[in-house]
Design a protein around this ligand. Structure first.
Ligand SMILES: Cc1ncc(C[n+]2csc(CCOP(=O)(O)OP(=O)(O)O)c2C)c(N)n1
Ligand SMILES: [Mg+2]
Length: 361
């Protein structure tokens, strides 16, 4: 990624060569057996730290605002999963498309979408990304090639495959980054999409964010075959399991998968082993898992804490430097919250717009 990390809006990407290796912890024993982790450069580590912190603080604020009644409807937080979207984005390049389900705030922030517009959409304001009419699950940015924000579980897989088809059809050098959950991986349309993607060797990377649960149902309870990285085997789509709590592994695997798709070899599956700390949505009593399980993931595998400790031990930055980053991130989030609280609501006439295409138009 190199360039993208340094400036959020820069152009070409470079997939960094594997450099020196560092030892890494395993994610609750679920990480594939590899003893050495790939290293990121100082700039990449600092970029990852800032991006993940922005997602974390933004969502903590959204959670608070939801509790205060400022955000209505559904709101699914991504807290704990930040390394997935950050590492994938670092390996992508300008113009690549991304699409996901309803747990989408992190995907938008990392794509460089204005936090004010995202937060204002959560509070239903006219200056929100969908004019205040979509809410948490339905936001888009054509400018940043972000295609939602989709509430129908699995629907983004067909749409993401279609985005890849468009790139190939037009002869463009971009890939579709299609994110979905472990629960969605059992949806029928996923396999119709896999078939077409391989049949036509479409440039799509399927990123399965396996956070172990689909609402209150664990993967083991709902899936006959739980190795999601192999779900493309019968379509001849390669796949791998990745420690999704460690941004270094995510970035390394993403670089490999994206290069594969971009070079014309067709789709690739990445199963990201990750974890959400919060409930499925804001209204989840979370009775299906123990507090210990959550606490272990938070205290032993937190993606932000891992990067922070490496930055300090490698002396890439001091405690004070990191505090300064935290301060800057908090200022962005505070400003977004203020904006989203004070911005005007949509005019009542907006009830009748953006519903259907008018005859003759
Ligand atoms: C087609 C469809 N079926 C059911 C639902 C209800 N539903 C919403 S989220 C969800 C669980 C999906 O879990 P997963 O794919 O693992 O994603 P996660 O929430 O863990 O990110 C379900 C069943 C839905 N929105 N759409
Ligand atoms: Mg899940």
């Amino acid at each position: 990624m190199a360039k993208k990390a340094a400036t959020r809006k820069s152009g070409a990407s470079k997939t960094p060569p594997a450099k020196k290796t560092l030892a890494s912890k395993t994610a609750a024993g679920r990480r594939p057996a590899r003893s050495n982790a790939p290293a990121l450069t100082k700039e990449e580590e600092l970029y990852a730290y800032r991006e993940m912190l922005l997602i974390r603080r933004f969502e903590e604020k959204a959670g608070q605002m939801y509790g205060m009644g400022l955000i209505g409807g559904f709101c699914h937080l991504y807290i704990g999963q930040e390394a997935v979207v950050t590492g994938i984005h670092m390996a992508s390049k300008e113009g690549d498309a991304s699409i996901t389900g309803y747990r989408d705030h992190g995907h938008m922030l990392v794509a460089g979408i204005d936090p004010n517009g995202v937060m204002a959409e959560l509070t239903g304001r006219a200056s929100g990304l969908s004019k205040g009419k979509g809410g948490s699950m339905h936001m888009f940015s054509k400018e940043k090639n972000f295609y939602g924000g989709n509430g129908i579980v699995g629907a983004q897989v067909s749409l993401g495959t279609g985005l890849a088809f468009a790139y190939k059809y037009r002869g463009e050098d971009n890939v579709s980054l299609t994110y979905f959950g472990d629960g969605a991986s059992n949806q029928g349309q996923v396999y119709e999409s896999f078939n077409m993607a391989k049949l036509w060797d479409l440039p799509v990377v399927y990123i399965i964010e396996n956070n172990k649960y689909a609402m209150g149902t664990s993967l083991e309870r709902a899936s006959a075959m739980t190795d999601l990285s192999q779900r493309g085997a019968s379509f001849d789509i390669p796949g791998e399991k990745v420690d999704g709590m460690d941004v270094r592994y995510v970035h390394e695997a993403a670089a490999r998968a994206i290069a594969h798709a971009r070079s014309g070899k067709g789709p690739y599956i990445l199963e990201m082993l990750t974890y959400r700390y919060r409930g499925h949505s804001m209204s989840d009593p979370a009775k299906y898992r123990s507090k210990d399980e959550v606490q272990t993931m938070r205290s032993e595998h937190d993606p932000i804490e891992q990067v922070k400790q490496r930055i300090l031990s490698e002396k890439h930055a001091s405690e004070d430097d990191l505090k300064q980053i935290e301060k800057e991130v908090r200022a962005i989030v505070t400003q977004a919250a203020d904006f989203a609280t004070n911005a005007p609501e949509p005019d009542i006439s907006e009830l009748w717009t953006d519903i259907t295409i008018q005859a003759g138009s």
